[in-house]
Write a protein of this length. Sequence first.
Length: 493
Amino acid sequence: MTKVAVLASTNGTDFQAMIEAKRAGKLRVELACLVTNVSNCGAVEKAETAHIPVHFVDPQGKSREDYDREVMKVLEPYAVDLVVLVGYMRIVGAEMVKRYENRILNVHPSLLPKFAGGMNLDVHRAVLEAGEKETGMTIHLVTDQVDAGPIVCQKRVAVSPEDTPETLKTKVQALEKEWFPKTIQLFADSVFWQKNSRRNLWQHPLWGQFQEAIGRPTFWVQTKGAQALAIKRGLPFGLNWLEVPRGPLFESENDLGEILAELKKLGQTQGSVFIRMSSFDPKIAEVPGLKIRHYDNHPQTSLVLDLSASEEDLLEQMKPKGRYNIKVAQKHNVTVAPSRDVAAFFNILQFTGERDGFKLHSQSYYQTLLESLGTNAQLLIAHYEERPVAGGIFVHLDDWAIYYYGASDYHYRNTMAPYLLQWEAIREAKRRGCKFYDFLGIAPQGSLRHRWAGVTEFKLKFGGRVLNFPQSRELVLRQGWYFLYRIYKRLRA
């Protein structure tokens, strides 16, 4: 179990939220200890009530470096995986940041980078004085630059004309109490994920969070050397099946066998008809008794760009028509910029769905996707003469950028806006440090009548390498219902 140390100086409101989330089974970590520089702060009482060890480190007469070394000495026996700062009125020095690199989380009561460096009511007062229409909270990794580390989670709340610093604090703390425990759990669930060579978006805790937000129950199945995110999907007559998208993740064939056994137990407990797995690992194809699934939500073929090349080289390796169309869009003065206007994107998406025969989700689905993935997802919209004419949702996680959803208005096809949109998304991925850009699905080579043939022709103009993945596999748990399910799918097709 992931071990978490809490550093606090004040009342510990967010700390109490963690304690309550743990009692409710929503936070599955060990709150190993509390370390404080204020012996009588409210967080101490909360820790003692919850039987969490408390350590007071007196800052008197100590430099920042010496104080941090004493804190690290206290933490050492606990072997903590994560350090969280909760109302911690001290700046963590470079030595401790390096010791716990990418393992210290802080919450700041504003939408960073705005109002960085401030504390408590001073931040909310500054928000009001600046006339901001919204504020919020930011959970970020701690670096040696104050409030400047990578953002992990950011949530917003409206500022009303009647708000005072005190009322804003209450609003923001409500966000912190909900999202700090969730973010800690995300970290805990991603520990194994980080170590696995086939880690991907669909087996990341963020994807589980998104699935929960759209009403699909999720389950984390873990063994010593394997992990799987399983998503419960509905079927007619109150039946269900379990999806393990791009998973499970495992280290060896023995680990694969163990995680499949645990998934089978979960499926039997849930009364599932079958379990579908779309693993990137070809070893899944060697498991006896699994049914081959010829169609899945996840493509069997994709196109991937290597982003280690310079922008000049990326342009050079495109097909000439791809480079030309980018220039056409630029000559039409098409502009591309980040946007939060999901309604505008959905409006364009409806044109695309009608034109290409794609089934669409609801507008709220795309909104929830962006909200759930936070800073890992971005909506880009291309404008021509101030009119939105193309858009796309792009996901950035670990080494990967993913072109997830795209749309364009056919009435403005001569502007070539989708090409510039795609090029700007590739440039953004490079700026974020991504190593690969996944166009997420093309028609298999030679499949000229495939339903993705048109979009495949578009994507191939950007160059890249074609990758083929193993076919999905299904573990059947209820043979009779599975037989009827296959008949039902054939009839619908």
